[in-house]
Design a protein around this ligand. Structure first.
Ligand code: BES
Ligand code: MN
Ligand code: ZN
Length: 499
């Protein structure tokens, strides 16, 4: 889809549809809506008076112009209460209206930067939200479907500015929105890809392509090198699979000195069967998305390479399958992680924390000043927070607050979880330094406490996205399948840290 910003009068745009917004419970709208309404001989105001258009959030009313406007249709979208408008509501409303118009066969759509100036939303931000909503709401993953889609695609999406000066401002927001949405779609693509199309080797290849495209430094370690570095926890998980593991390292450098200002670490289990502690088969197919954290981190790096913040960022993705092969690790086995800590395996299904342990040690050795890791780590986090909110754990309240704020801007909800030291008790082992899981209770926290053992006092935040990495239905700008959470949070975080 081609997205552009022009300066024009929206009532004069030729398109399959023009989209206008109305608020719930406000006076009859003026401005663009009034101009369009008069061209339509008062149809919009009449629908408002009759109560068909109420302005409720995401309510969509299609009015056919029948030649009275250059556009074929006017889509009137409800934006809810004016005082409650947010960037995320704009994203959601635009997504819903775009999907409906695509269904109706529209090929071109034009709108304004909906919500500009309302509830303190600046024009640039509104344009960004509109762009993200359109692009993310229209996302689809059809790579393996050979039959034709039931609907065509919207090919042209235009944001109309009232003046040349406004155009320049909206353009900036549109460009940023496009970079954010493209990165999110890339992460969705990777996590939606079946595990036989997204093996650790293919994930590394995908990282190489990304690095080549955007000028990131890349280094991929093979198993031999992992062995030399003592990554016994990652290699332990990998040994049950025929697919060799990969350890992917990407670097964005704004300058050669100054070291690693922040390291992003993403879980890259390309398929999690549970290993010998095998999972029930119901919904096991969803475990092709157990690399969603790694995908998010990778995709965020692509966006950062384009947005060019003034700090250095390292991304690390330990990638492997977790399968119950003949040489797989077994409950009771002891592994030695990078740095020498020994780990007793209680469940081979608690594999994420094992591969992250080595990745966290790696970025710590690389001198990372801050660390954020992202992982589909525990079903317990899903149980605790539901499916629209990720959990944040860490050792630095300041960094936790920054991550949550970055998420809030992105519309990616995050809630802080407790890290009382009492939870560590569950990870104590009689045969090794630590064991890889405790009881069912507080499982998301004990997993985070396990990770904490490998970061020392480097400021660190762990995001558990087990509940948020996929959506079981279309919902605003989320589509069914991978969500791409928390790509936009990570990008916002790095941009904020750089400021
Ligand atoms: N990848 C899973 C967690 C998961 C489950 C993510 C469902 C998304 C949806 C993780 O590797 C896992 O299996 N965790 C176990 C930990 C337990 C064995 C301590 C879990 O949550 O059951
Ligand atoms: Mn598992
Ligand atoms: Zn897993």
């Amino acid at each position: 889809m081609d997205i552009k910003v022009i300066a024009d009068n929206i009532a004069e745009i030729e398109a399959g549809a023009i989209v206008v917004g109305v608020f719930d419970g406000t006076e009859p709208p003026g401005g663009d809506v009034a101009a369009i309404d008069s061209a339509l001989d008062g149809a919009v105001l009449r629908l408002i008076a009759q109560g068909e258009i109420k302005g409720k959030l995401n309510e969509i009313t299609l009015v056919h112009s029948l030649g009275r406007l250059p556009a074929d249709r006017v889509a009137v979208v409800g934006l809810g209460k004016q005082s409650e408008l947010s960037m995320d509501k704009i994203r959601g409303a635009v997504a819903e209206v775009c999907r409906l118009l695509r269904q109706k066969g529209c090929v071109s759509v034009a709108t304004t930067a909906l919500g500009v100036g309302v509830a303190g939303i600046p024009p640039e931000t509104a344009a960004q939200a509109v762009t993200e909503g359109a692009q993310l709401g229209l996302y689809s993953f059809r790579r393996h479907i050979t039959r034709e889609a039931e609907h065509g695609e919207i090919r042209e999406f235009t944001i109309v500015a009232a003046s040349e000066a406004e155009r320049a401002v909206l353009e900036r927001g549109c460009i940023k929105g496009r970079i954010m949405a493209e990165a999110t779609s890339r992460a969705r693509d990777m996590a939606n890809e079946p595990a036989n199309y997204m093996t650790p080797a293919i994930m590394a290849e995908t990282a190489r392509e990304l690095a080549g495209k955007y000028g990131l430094e890349i280094n991929v370690l093979e198993q031999e090198q992992m062995k030399e570095m003592g990554m016994g926890a990652l290699l332990g998980v990998a040994q049950g699979s025929q697919e060799p593991a990969r350890f992917i390292i990407l670097n964005y450098r704004c300058s050669d000195d100054g070291g690693v200002d922040i390291a992003l670490v993403g879980k890259g289990i390309t398929f999690d069967s549970g290993g010998i502690s095998i999972k029930p088969s119901e919904k096991m197919e969803e475990m092709k998305g157990d690399m969603a954290g790694g995908a998010a981190v990778m995709a965020a790096m692509g966006a950062l390479a384009q947005l060019k913040p003034g700090i250095n960022v390292m991304a690390v993705i330990p990638a492997t399958e977790n399968l119950p092969g003949g040489s797989a690790i077994k409950p009771g086995d002891v592994l030695t992680a990078m740095g020498g800590k020994t780990i007793e395996i209680i469940s081979t299904d608690a594999e994420g924390r094992l591969i992250l342990a080595d990745a966290l040690s790696y970025v710590k050795n690389a001198g990372a000043k801050r660390i954020v890791d992202v992982a589909t780590l525990t079903g317990a986090c899903h149980v605790a927070l539901g499916d629209f909110c990720s959990g944040a754990f860490g050792n630095s309240q300041e960094l936790i607050d920054r991550v949550i704020a970055a998420g809030s801007k992105a519309g990616e909800l995050i809630w802080p979880m407790p890290m009382y030291e009492q939870y560590k008790e569950q990870n104590k082992s009689d045969v090794a330094d630590i064991k890889n899981c405790g009881s069912r209770y507080g499982g998301a926290i004990t997993a985070a406490q396990f990770l904490a053992e490998f970061v020392g006092d480097t400021p660190w935040v762990h995001l558990d996205i087990a509940g948020t990495f996929i959506s079981d239905k279309e919902k605003g700008y989320l589509t069914k399948g991978a969500t791409g959470v928390p790509v936009r949070t990570l990008v916002n975080l790095v941009l904020d840290l750089a400021d």
